[in-house]
Design a protein around this ligand. Structure first.
Ligand code: PMP
Length: 362
């Protein structure tokens, strides 16, 4: 580990690849021989145009998106999408299906209902405290879309396979697992992800829209709340979050050129998660809070057999350069977020610490 850097298990903002941070540092005062920082160049300049174009092209290549999809960058975080999605797509007496897998999908449902939209909760895992991903869901045939949260950052669950929604386009919150694995994009009408977990800093949400979904957007919406504005102006109707988009571009370059694409990234993510879950399953001191077939490869949520030890566990971890292991305040317990940029070395440092802590307190 480099001097002064810790093992970062934060849920977001989260670890970024060290090489990306170094590249930012290196070019910070003089971006691409412009004599200016990326935070100083005009968003209408060729310098920034190259950045955003490259970020879009890399996104398309990595996710295998054909020309039916547009890649957009929108401010307001993933939370803004909870409100924009029904505002843009759901009208009149039409219905949208939502699968409620905990905090973030619950919030998405709430934001649609605030607007008086018709939301059908097709399934929910609330009965077991959101510790699993529902199966055999009956989606509404003529729903405008079916909303799911691919990875549940707080509850620690993840869809290992996406559900069959028939002809209904999937709208998916991929905030905490975008670019962590490969998948077939064809059933998706809209994908969105707050950048601050797997692809960059906070301040921007990546949105991927299938072009036919743009036909649903009403003309009369405010300009900045319409996906058509972002699509027709390459996300630059107004000043975009240039620095955040630049960092995303570098992270995507790292994914393509250093990691070798999403299939490779997925294998690394599986190995890291397996190492951690296998260790926890091998004893009874630590206990994963999720059902085995629903476990997230990104956010590993767990409790200690003696919950009174958890505070001590998290504090002593910080003393050992292991940061961000406290569970979300709404659920308590512990959580290790092991996104793309968290290395196997960090995960091994964590299990070493866990063994040590168990031997002292077990
Ligand atoms: N969805 C998911 C799955 C998340 O994990 C988060 C943030 N933790 C959000 C939505 C909200 O994102 P933001 O803070 O960018 O609004």
């Amino acid at each position: 580990m480099k001097a002064n850097r810790v093992h970062n298990f934060s849920a977001g903002p989260a670890a970024l690849p060290l090489s990306v941070l170094e590249e930012i540092q290196e070019s910070f005062l003089n971006f691409n021989n412009s004599g200016m920082s990326i935070t100083e160049v005009s968003h209408r300049s060729k310098w920034f145009d190259d950045v955003i174009n490259d970020a879009i092209e890399r996104t398309k290549r990595l996710l295998k998106l054909d020309d039916n999809f547009e890649v957009l960058f929108i401010q307001g975080g993933a939370s803004m999408q909870f409100c924009m999605i029904p505002m843009n797509f759901l009208h009149g007496n039409k219905t949208a299906d939502y699968v409620d897998t905990g905090t973030w999908s619950t919030k998405a449902i709430k934001e649609a209902r605030i607007q008086g939209k018709t939301v059908h909760v097709a399934s929910s895992s609330e009965d077991k405290n959101y510790s699993y991903i529902p199966k055999d869901i009956e989606f509404t045939d003529n729903a405008v879309y079916a909303h799911i949260t691919s990875n549940n950052t707080i509850k620690g669950t993840q869809w290992s396979n996406f559900p069959d929604t028939g002809n209904v386009p999937i709208v998916c919150d991929m905030s905490s697992d975008i670019m962590s694995r490969s998948f077939d994009p064809s059933p998706f009408g809209f994908i969105f992800a707050g950048a601050q977990k797997n692809i960059g800093p906070s301040g921007v949400c990546m949105a991927i829209i299938r072009k036919d979904m743009l036909d649903l957007v009403p003309e009369e919406l405010p300009t900045m709340l319409k996906y058509t504005t972002f699509a027709s102006k390459k996300s630059m109707f107004n000043t975009p979050p240039c620095f955040a988009i630049y960092t995303i571009q570098l992270v995507l370059k790292w994914l393509e050129e250093s990691i070798g694409g999403l299939e490779k990234m997925e294998i690394l993510n599986q190995e890291k998660a397996r190492h951690l879950y296998d260790f926890m399953d091998s004893g009874d001191f630590y206990k994963a809070t999720t059902e085995k077939d629903s476990r997230s490869l990104m956010n590993v949520t767990f409790r200690l057999h003696d919950e009174a030890l958890e505070k001590h566990f998290v504090e002593e971890a910080i003393e050992n350069d292991l940061n961000g292991l406290k569970g979300h305040s709404s659920v308590g317990g512990c959580r290790a977020s092991i996104y793309n940029a968290t290395t196997m070395d960090s995960v091994k440092a964590l299990t070493d610490y866990m063994k040590h802590f168990e031997s002292k307190n077990g």
